[in-house]
Design a protein around this ligand. Structure first.
Ligand code: NAD
Length: 246
């Protein structure tokens, strides 16, 4: 039996690493992509069926070279998880243009470039794309001008992909996680933000990387064969209750 292959960006830690582990447990092979070369090497150690490729998803030449390396190694690709991302919690007034550009380059350009490079290969036998947005892309706040805007754009880009790629049997969906205790969240969630999230989330806690990965791998699988163009908030109920972002 030919095993399916997924490309997971931002796979060296956090949600991307959990997604890699879950794919492997479900019998997939995984191309682990990250720009942090040493963390990537450590993360891939001992993971049977995984192949690590260093790449900054915001750099077009690196993305093209990465896709070629994945093809050379696995010979096929069936799913793309656009997970690599960076966070910045600042107001409009406090966000320098350089920071704005940096966030857009990784969170939005990275999804665009990687998708564009992978899609011709997905078209050969159909497949799935899952883009990782955030509840910050669903709600406005005073603190996330670049991050929230980049994630809202990822949600729209997902719809564009679903509309354009359905005729090739390619599904595109988006996962919008609530807060998860990863390095990214630890860097931007102050004690006040943490406390406010705990109060605002009906399940009264942060999510885990594996709770997000479960939904990502489901959306990539044939079990989700009639699901496309959707954004699924995996957020302990935060989006449903309509409280503002802390
Ligand atoms: P993380 O910081 O733990 O992991 C992100 C990984 O992406 C890192 O290994 C990093 O090296 C890699 N990366 C960053 N920029 C890259 C680039 N240009 N090219 C290649 N790799 C790059 O973060 P995480 O919490 O696991 O976040 C994963 C995704 O989930 C992000 O898109 C993030 O915005 C989203 N998200 C996270 C949370 C949360 O609370 N943790 C909430 C909502 C959405």
């Amino acid at each position: 039996m030919t095993l399916k292959t997924a490309i997971v960006t931002g796979a060296a830690r956090g949600i991307g690493l959990a997604t890699t582990r879950l794919f492997l447990a479900q019998g997939w092979r995984v191309a682990m992509i990250d720009r942090d070369t040493s963390a990537l090497k450590d993360a891939a150690k001992g993971l049977d069926g995984a192949h690590a490729v260093a790449c900054d998803v915001s750099v077009p030449d690196q993305v093209d070279a990465m896709v070629q390396q994945v093809l050379d190694h696995f010979g096929r690709m069936d799913a793309l998880v656009n997970n690599a991302g960076i966070a910045d919690f600042r107001s409009l007034a406090d966000t320098d243009f350089a920071i704005w550009r940096q966030v857009m380059a990784v969170n939005l350009d990275g999804v665009f470039l990687t998708s564009q490079a992978v899609i011709p290969h997905l078209k050969q036998r159909g497949g799935a794309i899952v883009n990782i947005a955030s509840i910050s892309g669903l709600r406005a706040s005073t603190l996330r001008v670049a991050y929230g805007t980049s994630k809202a754009a990822v949600i729209q880009l997902t719809g564009q992909q679903a509309a354009e790629l359905g005729e090739w049997g390619i599904r595109a969906n988006c996962v919008a996680p609530g807060p998860v205790d990863t390095k990214l969240a630890l860097a931007v969630h102050s004690p006040e933000i943490r406390a406010a999230y705990h109060d605002a989330i009906p399940l009264n806690r942060y999510g885990t990387e594996f709770e997000i990965a479960e939904v990502i791998t489901f959306l990539c699988s044939d079990r989700a064969s009639y699901v496309t163009g959707q954004t699924i908030a995996v957020d302990g109920g935060f989006d449903a209750v309509g409280v503002g972002l802390p």
